[in-house]
Design a protein around this ligand. Sequence first.
Ligand code: C5P
Length: 208
Amino acid sequence: MKALVTAGPTREYLDSVRYLSNGSSGKTGIELARALKQSGFSVKLILGPGSETPKNIPTVRTVSALQMFEQVKRNFGWCDIFVSCAAVADYRPQKISRKKIKKGAGPLMVRLVPNPDILRTMGVRKGRKILVGFALEDAQGLQNARKKLKEKNCDMIVLNSPSTVEADKISASLLFSDGSALKLGKISKDAFAKKLCQTILKKFYGSI
Ligand code: C5P
């Protein structure tokens, strides 16, 4: 079985040094890639900026959402399961200034345009592949996560909260397209990755 995993944030540059991003250490996705590999999956990791490239996992480094999108499209045909852990920025500056923008007295207007939704696009092309998404919600979590599960055509979505961002622990609920759910207590991200991997094996590949 082949698993494609995205992890980390994306950076959307507005000039040569400044960017918009999401808080994300990439830790959950990297740990999950490790756990999947240990369970016998062939793994490819597409990893945003800001963390070290993990050893022994084939990794493609990306910066922007558009670059991550390109790499996911390039590798999607290869995989049996796509796990979209990445905290992709929803918008990017319409123009990137090649020079550092000078400070002025007045407000600076930056026009943002929407980035493609990588997971949603892959959801349309899903075929028989398994798709796992993440939903970070600060209110009405269950409702929003269920909506995303459906809209993005996922088999499972991991609901978690903003307290997870760049923390060592995560408390999450796993929601499935068959309507079932599994609530996990607050656990370390490597324990979570192992649990998520076990759940994937049990739920989608019939392993005990
Ligand atoms: O940002 P949102 O809450 O919609 O993210 C939910 C899921 O969609 C996550 O799995 C994330 O990796 C994915 N996503 C994506 N491309 C985006 C935004 C989110 O693949 N532009």
